[in-house]
Ligand binder design. Structure first.
Ligand code: CP
Ligand code: NVA
Length: 336
């Protein structure tokens, strides 16, 4: 008899808005409990191990996963490309079979998306996608949490960031408009499969020749048609930021694209997020800024990045609480 397949978290496209927002709600519970109430006695991952199988660098995803695992009582083991046989003396398939026979969960940062799909296919334990060239689901869950927190606090005049939340994220996100100005990369693609189904409209500007995958666009449009959101694409950054509540960008040179740097810097000229771009394009007066980090100065200037409009540091912290909610769902509760 075959063993039942473990649950995985490969892209937010696999889940409904309700499932994603319940995860966000759970992440907020973890944040409040850990930072404010300090009342946790249960450590459900005691004696369990989470392997971090990373073929690319990471600060946030790594620190978030290691600290979240520790908080739940488990042990996290970072296995970087420099440390193990992966890619040098051993294939990803063999590595995943060996590692998954000894641990309780794997967070994997890979190159091609097919690698994470293969891991999910082969692994005996839950696989969490810690970034592939197509998707970055744990990032976009943190972004949903950050947007919810910001509007929840603003709508309710809450000044204490850790006051228990009285609104579910399904009440705060509907009707918002996100403008993306930048590359058609893994972050934009994950936004496209997550935001429209939550009722958030997305207007994306990328230079000519930089396009999202057809299947991603199809998912975004189908989700938008159901929720009443809109999804539009343009090559004009000013057009994208029109009426935006939130302006989002990311590096123009993702990990693995270093050789294209000079060409990309040229082709993205005019795409830097600045106060002036927001003004010229007609963003909402109280627009806010998000970026998954790490940030380079080309895509956003210091004035925006370090301004009061910038949510980038709470957004980074929320990686921890959302990853904690995902690990808890997969390893403790048995699924999302
Ligand atoms: N945003 C993000 O994934 O950051 P790291 O690459 O540092 O993990
Ligand atoms: N688009 C970036 C995101 C880094 C978190 C990359 O893939 O390198």
């Amino acid at each position: 008899t075959q063993r039942p397949k473990p649950p995985h978290f490969i892209t937010t496209a696999d889940y409904t808005a309700e499932q994603l927002l319940d995860l966000v709600d759970r992440a907020i519970e973890f944040k409040v409990e850990s930072k404010y109430l300090k009342n946790r006695t249960e450590r459900p991952l005691t004696g369990k191990t989470m392997a971090l199988l990373f073929s690319k660098r990471s600060t946030r995803t790594r620190v978030a996963t290691e600290t979240a695992t520790a908080y739940l009582g488990g042990h996290a083991m970072f296995l970087g490309g420099q440390d193990i046989q992966l890619g040098v003396n051993e294939s990803l398939l063999d590595t995943s079979r060996v590692v998954s026979s000894m641990v309780d969960g794997i967070m994997a940062r890979v190159g091609g998306h097919e690698e994470i799909e293969m891991l999910a296919q082969e692994s005996a334990v839950p696989i969490i996608n810690a970034l592939s060239d197509k998707y970055h689901p744990t990032q976009i869950l943190a972004d949903l949490m950050t947007i919810h927190e910001f509007y929840h606090h603003r709508n309710n005049n809450v000044t204490d960031r850790y006051t228990a939340h009285t609104q579910h994220p399904s009440q705060t996100l509907k009707g918002l408009k996100v403008a993306w100005v930048g590359d058609a990369n893994n972050i934009l693609q994950e936004i496209l499969v997550a935001f429209p189904k939550c009722g958030i409209s997305v207007a994306a500007a990328a230079p000519a020749g930089y396009k999202c995958d057809d299947d991603v666009v199809a998912i975004a449009q189908a989700d938008a048609a159901k929720s009443g959101a809109t999804v539009t694409f343009t090559t004009n950054p000013e057009e994208a930021v029109k009426d935006a509540d939130i302006i989002v960008t990311d590096t123009w040179v993702s990990m693995g694209q270093e050789e294209e740097k000079a060409k990309r810097l040229q082709e993205f000229a005019g795409y830097q997020v600045t106060m002036d771009l927001a003004k010229r394009g007609g963003a909402k007066p109280d627009w806010v800024f998000m970026h998954c980090l790490p940030r380079k100065p080309e895509e956003v200037d210091d004035e925006v990045f370090y301004s009061d409009r910038s949510l980038v540091f709470p957004e980074a912290e929320n990686r921890k609480w959302t990853i904690m909610a995902i690990i808890d769902a997969l390893l403790v509760r048995g699924g999302i």
